[in-house]
Design a protein around this ligand. Structure first.
Ligand code: DX5
Ligand code: ZN
Length: 220
């Protein structure tokens, strides 16, 4: 049985009041905090890095779900582990040595995730599927918050969940991008169990109410 988890993405939080926004999301019941690290090379934008993660680590012991949109992420795995990441996700497209990157994450005692861009086929996972705790399926092109869910991703989620079930694996499927009131049911039905939500959680007036609303749908 896969557990359902909500992973609010702080990319859409108020960076002037990060502690306040994080506390509200966590106190309302969010189990993960999704942290998007962008390097301006693998994706067009640059977001945040080690100093920010270090600064917010003492705010809460919530699971830090670190999504590295970084070229050659193996350069930084040890450091992210040391400053408090609990799950480290690398993009299959960003490294020549995916298997080695996964080994590095595990050697640091952390959970490993592999992310796929929307156009990357699932067979990129063929030889690593049994080695990771989580697969992150991008449901928008990575790089920015507030984009629209790509409808073709629903079938991708379904196919991956079927493949995992056939193999007897209970690997988590995380979806990231465009998750909101109009797409949440679709991705849950397709087989995702960890939902990232940035703008849908942090853009509104009431962060706690947003978190509680999504958790209620997930636990239905
Ligand atoms: C996009 C990031 C996402 C982003 C999602 O590249 O990986 O985590 O914060 O934002 P929303 O939920 O607004 O689509
Ligand atoms: Zn992300």
């Amino acid at each position: 049985m896969n557990h359902y988890r909500l992973a609010p993405s702080i990319l859409s939080a108020d960076f002037r009041n990060l502690e306040k926004d994080i506390t509200q999301a966590v106190q309302a019941g969010a189990q993960y905090l999704h942290i998007d690290v962008m390097d301006g090379l693998f994706v067009p934008s640059i977001s945040l890095g080690m100093p920010v993660i270090k600064a917010i680590r003492p705010v809460s012991d919530v699971v830090f779900d670190v999504h590295l949109m970084v070229q050659d992420p193996e350069r930084y795995i040890e450091e992210f582990a040391r400053i408090g990441a609990d799950i480290i996700t690398v993009h299959a497209e960003a490294t020549r040595h995916l298997d080695r990157a996964i080994q590095q994450i595990h050697a640091c005692g952390k959970k490993a995730g592999v992310a796929l861009n929307p156009a990357t086929p699932l067979n990129a996972l063929d030889y690593v599927l049994g080695k990771v705790e989580m697969i992150l399926l991008m449901t928008v092109n990575p790089g920015f918050g507030g984009q629209k869910y790509i409808p073709e991703m629903t079938q991708k989620i379904k196919t991956l969940r079927e493949r995992l079930t056939e193999t007897g694996l209970e690997t988590d499927i995380e979806v990231d991008g465009g998750i909101n009131d109009s797409t949440i049911e679709t991705v849950l039905t397709a087989g995702a169990n960890i939902l990232v939500a940035g703008s849908a959680v942090f853009d509104g007036k009431d962060i706690a109410a947003n978190v509680r609303r999504y958790l209620a749908v997930m636990n239905r």
